[in-house]
Design a protein around this ligand. Structure first.
Ligand SMILES: Nc1nc2c(ncn2[C@@H]2O[C@H](COP(=O)(O)OP(=O)(O)OP(=O)(O)O)[C@@H](O)[C@H]2O)c(=O)[nH]1
Ligand SMILES: [Mg+2]
Length: 529
């Protein structure tokens, strides 16, 4: 990486490239000085088609000097203030060591502040409890008939329609324009979707998962692999919470996501039953340390949207058949703030690959939710790791979000990216697609802190399970570190090894592992290189 920065700086300042040895508040933010620097930045941006590259800690002639930490921080602060002056901001920041501290390579571009908000909600719950129906009705505004009318917008595969079961993740979308909901007449029409994404100032995407127990792997992928902002747990009022409901809630909680509960099908039960099931839901939430809050009015929705966190769980009574409660859900989605991902945007681009397609006339397309950074057409990228731990070079040809073509896509967005030079067979779910600046590593072994939730006997060295991290679902072998074996209810440190192929993971990521009825959750604590 230092080579790369050296290559750029050795040819001197030019076009959209500017060197600054050091910027300080007292001098450079004085009125005239700041004006001067701002117009210089504007000029550099014009030269770079809207983007300028600044090198901080670099002499006018181009040699890398480096700044000690306080001066480095101050210089970046000053640069940011100057950018603000002209409606620009720091899009990307790279820090490289040099003799006297660090040099920074800073990409500056137009401020994205007025851009769309994008909320990503994962929907989970027991089979047949009404997940797809609720999402279908919310996104189209057409009421369900109680026998599978609106779920067809989500369950599009022939066998799903025939069996009435969702078999894979579906993505649905609606949005808000001037605070009014905008829905789709026919969500299966690509151009209608893309128009909606273009028009709305807030876009709400749903990942509709599956409730059928044998497909738990897919449900986990929907919740663990998508960088969700919220979990929506659907519980039918005629049945109440089941063991699958609890399992799905457990997965959402393991990911430390804020969650809301929709008690659906309230039209088919008596009001006594509604109260009974509501109590079961409240008990379940309290049992896992959450504070349930019954949401009954628009005012409640506004209050919860402002105050929602990992502890408070709004519960709503809804029915896609009568329409009850849907206005409150709309209001909640309108008002929910998305946790700022400003920091993520400045990091190098990276996405965990969820699906891989071969599209006629386009070529290979990979989809997923962007974890961090931004991507634009023509960016040089890496895909991997392969079975032998390598990363393959590629580049982006185009990006789409719900069929809406984007010039730039960024952290938090669910996108399909078409890439060059690679066959679908070269790529597997769980690999990453990243910029060449991303520190892409191939990991075979790591340590994790885990809790064993369910296990019939004891777990010893050599135990095998499927571990889910992001979109990765791989067989792993397991080795307790600070004791000989672990049983249900135990927490402790373990070493995990990918059995068949290495993956790119990093410290702090959450993981879920399972094998038959055994289950555990944890966090990656140390990568073993
Ligand atoms: N009466 C009534 N029926 C509903 C309601 N919500 C869903 N249904 C019906 O319940 C059935 C199951 O709904 P789905 O939306 O397919 O359930 P699901 O949770 O997506 O199921 P899987 O994806 O297979 O896990 C369908 O026949 C719906 O029409 C509701 O609020 N009231
Ligand atoms: Mg479904």
């Amino acid at each position: 990486m230092t080579d790369n920065i050296y290559d750029i700086t050795k040819n001197g300042e030019r076009e959209n490239i500017e060197f600054k040895e050091n910027l300080n508040v007292d001098y450079h933010l004085k009125k005239d000085r700041k004006q001067h620097l701002a117009s210089q930045m504007k000029y550099r941006m014009e030269k770079g088609n809207g983007e300028a590259l600044y090198f901080i800690g670099v002499h006018d002639e181009g040699h890398l000097i480096g700044l000690p930490e306080p001066e480095y921080e101050e210089s970046i602060f000053v640069l940011e203030s100057i950018a603000q002056e002209i409606g620009a901001e720091i899009l990307e920041l790279e820090k490289h060591p040099a003799d006297h501290g660090h040099v920074a390579k800073v990409r500056i571009g137009k401020s994205q502040k007025n851009k769309k908000e994008h909320l990503l909600v994962g929907v989970a719950g027991h089979v047949d409890h009404g997940k797809s129906t609720l999402v279908g009705t919310l996104t189209t505004g057409s009421l369900d008939n109680g026998s599978g009318l609106t779920r067809i917008f989500l369950d599009v595969q022939k066998h799903e329609i025939e069996r009435g079961l969702s078999a894979d993740l579906s993505f649905a979308v609606y949005g808000f324009c001037n605070d009014q909901p905008v829905r789709l007449k026919n969500p299966l029409k690509k151009n209608e979707k893309s128009k909606l994404v273009e028009e709305c100032d807030k876009v709400v995407s749903f990942v509709d998962t599956v409730g059928h127990e044998p497909w738990l792997r897919t449900t986990i992928r929907g919740i663990v692999g998508q960088k969700l902002n919220f979990g929506l747990l659907v519980i039918a009022a005629d049945q109440g919470p089941t063991h699958i409901t609890k399992e799905h809630l457990g997965i959402i909680l393991a990911m430390e996501l804020p969650v809301m509960v929709a008690m659906t099908k309230v039209d088919v039960v008596t009001s006594e039953k509604v109260i009974e099931v509501q109590k079961q839901i409240f008990d379940l939430l309290k049992l896992v340390g959450r504070i349930p809050f019954m949401l009954k009015s628009i005012k409640d929705a506004d209050f919860v949207a402002k105050n929602i966190n990992q502890h408070i769980v709004p519960v709503l009574r809804v029915s896609p058949v009568t329409g009850e409660g849907l206005d409150l859900l709309d209001r909640l989605f309108l008002k929910l703030k998305i946790p700022s991902n400003g920091k993520d945007l400045k990091k190098p681009f990276m996405m965990y690959i969820d699906k891989i397609y071969s599209v006629l006339g386009v070529g290979t397309v990979v989809s997923g939710t962007i974890r961090q950074g931004k991507i634009k057409k023509g960016d040089k990228l890496l895909v991997g790791p392969t079975g032998t731990g390598k990363f393959i070079e590629t580049s982006s040809k185009s990006m789409e979000m719900h069929h809406y073509r984007k010039d730039v896509a960024e952290a938090g967005e669910v996108v399909g990216i078409s890439i060059t030079g690679l066959d679908v067979d070269n790529i597997k779910r769980g690999m990453i697609l990243c910029s060449q600046e991303y520190h892409a590593i191939s990991v075979r072994e790591f340590e994790a802190d885990v809790a064993i939730l369910v296990h019939p006997t004891t777990i010893k060295r050599g135990y095998e399970c499927i571990a889910h991290i992001e979109t990765i679902a791989e067989t792993m072998t397991f080795e307790p570190i600070d004791r000989e074996y672990m049983s249900a209810g135990d927490t402790g440190k373990i070493k995990m090894k990918f059995k068949y192929r290495p993956c790119c993971i990093r410290e702090g990521q959450k993981l879920i592992f399972r094998e038959g009825h055994s289950k555990g959750i944890g966090t990656v604590t140390r990568i073993i290189q």
